[in-house]
Design a protein around this ligand. Structure first.
Ligand code: CMC
Length: 428
């Protein structure tokens, strides 16, 4: 392959460097395009062809169904590592030694209390508030309680903010769920592992001793690992672009949580379960819903199917499908919803419409079934995704700051009115 790409405009040729990533991905570096051509820009709605940054965190090959964090395969990490090890790997670039891992966990535990005044903010939300809105607000509010986490130029300051948010997020999540359920808040137990403590804070009851179920701990740990990063998706790009203005980490994460909320992104896990329940209530006729999904005059889409970058099986979905079977088996749950999900998957994989468009089940298709078996309310599903994605957002934000990336500011092609004279209101 040549080293440059040529663009010809009005019989004038412009050359741009071709750059290659470590996995041989190829990009045309057009950073000088506008300056050298006197104002020409590229137009790429939805950024389907645009690389917004160089990144050394996550590699994915959507054609082959490959996903690696810092070079390690998602399959191996899900089987052999725990969530905090993966968080450390994503954020700092290497798997931690035993000492580094213990220190990281101790530092997170030391930050696992939130200011009591956070409760007042929580109290002010109506019970019907969607937990994603509450979590986004509380994450943003953390800045007010920890003002030193805004100006974080040194690695040391960044580290403090990182362990702070990793320590406090499980509390915010658990409290948001308990508040909605009318349960008293639980302050957790720092003698427990990160995931065990999260489960305790979510599910303990004031009148009984919470007993950990290793099957649930293992399943949740896996789910969090599988969600931990996914390179430049909608919420991650939001975190990077918000942080590029030098907004603090918590404000950037709050923006990312809002982006994740949408049903085309993280909100899909809630939408999948709602769809499966609706199909069940409607008599379980999967063929009817397959037909709706293919009907262009019907806005219905098969939630949990398709992905912007995976044009093959989502490798995370393969692992989650197995975990869902395992969890339901170990818990002795017989969920008719799982049968509907399996039926839909089988039909979609054999259907020409889905085959032609390379629409496969994505990570959200099966995660909701596990969350449901664990007793997590549907509205909390996307919040669980957010806890999982937290290390990825942090890693991407930190990378962006350390690389001293410029403020994100895309261009546009203006298609509005050209210059016109103002008409006074009495003459309009
Ligand atoms: N059901 C039916 N048709 C679909 C679906 C679907 N779930 N997804 C895509 N299509 C069709 C779409 O109508 C279009 O058809 P045509 O070429 O005839 O116009 C074609 O497939 C390409 O779709 P697109 O919308 O151009 O693809 P995209 O890359 O812009 O969108 C997506 C990707 C994930 C937003 C989309 O597949 C979708 O809406 N899926 C359902 C929501 C979902 O499960 N989202 C979770 C994504 S995974 C979690 C995460 O990482 O956030």
């Amino acid at each position: 392959m040549t080293d440059t790409a040529t663009i010809e405009i009005d019989n004038k040729k412009y050359e741009f460097p071709i750059v290659k990533g470590t996995e041989n991905e190829v990009a045309i570096d057009i950073s000088k395009l506008r300056a050298s051509t006197g104002g020409v820009i590229t137009l790429d709605s939805g950024y389907k062809n645009t690389g917004s940054c160089e990144s050394a965190i996550t590699f994915l090959d959507g054609e082959k169904g490959v996903l690696r964090y810092r070079g390690y395969s998602i399959e191996e990490l899900a089987e052999k590592a725990d969530f905090l090890e993966v968080a450390y790997l994503l954020i700092f670039g290497e798997l931690p030694t035993k000492e580094q891992n213990d220190k990281f966990h101790d530092d997170i535990k030391a930050e696992s209390a939130v200011d009591e005044d956070i409760k007042k903010i929580l109290d002010a939300f109506p019970k019907a508030a969607h937990p994603m809105g509450v979590i986004s607000s509380l994450t943003s509010a953390l800045t007010a309680f920890n003002p030193s986490s805004v100006n974080v130029d040194s690695e040391e300051d960044m580290y403090k903010s990182v362990v702070r948010i990793l320590g406090k997020m499980p509390v915010l999540v658990a409290w948001t769920m308990r508040k909605k359920q009318g349960q008293p808040l639980d302050y957790g137990d720092n003698s427990l592992g990160y995931v065990e403590n999260l489960l305790k804070m979510m599910f303990s009851r004031p009148n009984s001793c919470y007993v950990q179920n290793p099957v649930l701990v293992d399943a949740l740990d896996k789910l969090l690992i599988l969600h931990a990063d996914h390179e430049q998706n909608c919420s991650t790009s939001t975190v990077r672009i918000t942080g590029s203005s030098h907004a603090g980490l918590f404000a950037s994460l709050s923006a990312g949580i809002s982006a994740l909320w949408g049903p085309l992104h993280g909100g899909a896990n809630q939408a999948v379960l709602e769809m499966l329940e609706a199909i069940q209530e409607d008599g379980g006729d999967t063929k009817k819903y397959m037909a709706k999904a293919k009907d262009k005059s019907d806005p219905f889409r098969l939630m949990g199917f398709g992905h912007r970058v995976y044009k093959n099986f989502d490798p995370r979905a393969k692992i989650i499908k197995k975990a869902a079977d395992q969890v339901l088996h170990d818990l002795g749950v017989e969920d008719p919803i799982l049968e509907i999900a399996k039926g839909l998957e089988k039909e979609a994989l054999e259907d020409q419409y889905f085959v032609d468009r390379k629409l496969y089940p994505n990570v959200d298709f099966y995660s909701g079934i596990i969350y449901r078996a664990m007793g997590i309310p549907i509205e909390m599903f996307t919040v669980m995704f957010a806890i999982g994605r937290l290390p990825g957002w942090i890693a991407q934000w930190r990378e962006m700051r350390l690389r001293k990336e410029p403020i994100g500011r895309p261009r546009q092609l203006y298609i509005g009115e050209t210059s016109r004279d103002f008409i006074p209101i009495n003459k309009r």
